[in-house]
Design a protein around this ligand. Structure first.
Ligand code: FEO
Length: 414
């Protein structure tokens, strides 16, 4: 006997929510807080010839999922299991589902099989019938057709969306989702989740905004009555408003008066003015190159994380730090760690700084820049204590090299 709290929720004729509510969750993936808990949204689509299950739930909520699933179908009716995303909050109940419905064909993105194998940790537990799908592929359930959209890196390589054209429902995975737990489920019935929606985008999707923009190119032309994400409210009221908001969020946030010019940011911290003199010279050297807008900032003057928007829009940045106790100084690491919230792959990065006796900071910063997937084509520059006139000339040359690298086409060797 299924309790009423474990019943599926119909979101459209023949389409049910069979997920789970997790009201106690307070942090997700270690990187974001969930003040309102979350939901793991899974769905079923019933056609004349079969039933599809779209995603599952976190393993510890499998009981709720199976109870709801059993309230709308028998396992023998399940012909298709769609895996929009393999992160364990959506795939936790997948192995058990496949044991209960071994006849089902598993549809997953072309990037997913290796990840699925790694998640299941055993080739023996790989589903016997799985099919990789991409944009243009579909599954016919009899009067209900699931079409797949290849939308990778939202926010894992495997992610995809699934579109039920007959009813205009987009099962979007994490996209358009948020961590907000409210059993009233629909966006026109739950509490105010605007904060959670924006917060989720900012922490989960923002680093992949170029991929978000490509996905929106596929999604925007669709006829949509409902967006059914993998977390948070089902968006049946004004679904296109949320798509429009994603387009805004994925678009450059700052006005760029520089037009077609490239932009280089030079940040520094300086205890005794030596790294500052280097930074001034780096800027002066960079400014000798046409087609580049150069800006200089002292990180002592503001919270480093305040620069995230600016760095997201910049083409490159150089970071100057003294070496103190064999390390770069804390604001530098604070700035660099804040960059995981944005996409920096391929931007130019560089390091410089004055030191007293060992000078490890420059190499350490370069290492971190490479780890963040900046390209670091110009070797860092370090100067012992006060820069001489000759060393300031080296700093200007360093700035000019950065500028020339930014203003010429990117080489595969960079
Ligand atoms: Fe909701 Fe990326 O898992």
């Amino acid at each position: 006997m299924v309790s009423s709290s474990s019943r599926a929720i119909e979101i459209a004729p023949g389409i049910h929510w069979v997920g789970a509510f997790d009201s106690d969750l307070r942090s997700f993936d270690l990187i974001l807080r969930t003040a309102n808990g979350t939901s793991y949204n899974a769905y079923t689509v019933r056609g004349e010839t079969g039933v599809a299950v779209i995603d599952t739930v976190k393993e510890s909520f499998a009981g709720d999922f199976f109870a709801r699933l059993e309230s709308v179908c028998n396992y023998g009716e399940i012909t298709t299991v769609v895996v929009n995303h393999l992160e364990p909050d959506h795939s936790g109940a997948l192995p058990e589902l496949l044991r209960r419905a071994p006849q089902a064909e598993v549809c997953l993105s072309i990037r997913a099989p290796l990840m699925l194998k790694a998640l299941l940790r055993s080739a023996e537990t790989m589903p016997r019938g799985f099919r990789t799908v991409t944009t243009g592929d579909s599954v016919d359930l009899g009067g209900r057709t699931l079409a797949f959209l290849h939308t990778p890196y939202l926010h894992w390589p495997d992610t995809q969306c699934t579109y039920l054209g007959e009813l205009g429902i987009l099962f979007s995975g994490d996209v358009f989702g948020c961590h907000f737990c409210d059993p009233r489920l629909f966006n026109d019935r739950v509490g105010d989740f605007r904060f959670s929606f924006e917060y989720y985008y900012g922490h989960i999707m923002r680093p992949f905004r170029t991929h978000v923009a490509k996905a929106l190119d596929l999604i925007e032309p669709l006829d949509l009555s409902i967006v059914a994400p993998a977390h948070g409210p089902v968006l049946r009221h004004g679904p296109r408003d949320y798509i429009k908001r994603y387009r805004e969020l994925a678009t450059a946030r700052l006005i760029n008066e520089a037009g077609g010019e490239k932009t280089l940011l030079v940040f520094y911290l300086s205890a005794y003015g030596n790294t500052r003199r280097m930074a001034d010279a780096v800027r002066a050297g960079a400014e000798t190159v046409d087609g580049l807008r150069v800006s200089l900032y002292d990180l002592e003057g503001v919270e480093p994380s305040s620069f995230v928007d600016l760095i997201e829009e910049a083409d490159g940045f150089a970071l100057g730090s003294p070496t103190i106790n064999g390390d770069g100084v804390k604001p530098v690491w604070d700035l660099l760690s804040s960059l995981t919230a944005i996409g920096v792959t391929g931007k130019l990065g560089a390091a410089f700084g004055s030191y007293g006796w060992s000078g490890e900071a420059v190499e350490m910063i370069e290492h971190r820049l490479r780890g963040l997937k900046f390209r670091v084509p110009v070797s860092g520059l370090k100067v012992k204590l006060a820069p001489t006139d000759a060393e300031l000339t080296q700093c200007r040359d360093f700035g000019r090299q950065l500028a020339e690298t930014l203003t010429r086409p990117v080489s595969l060797n960079d």
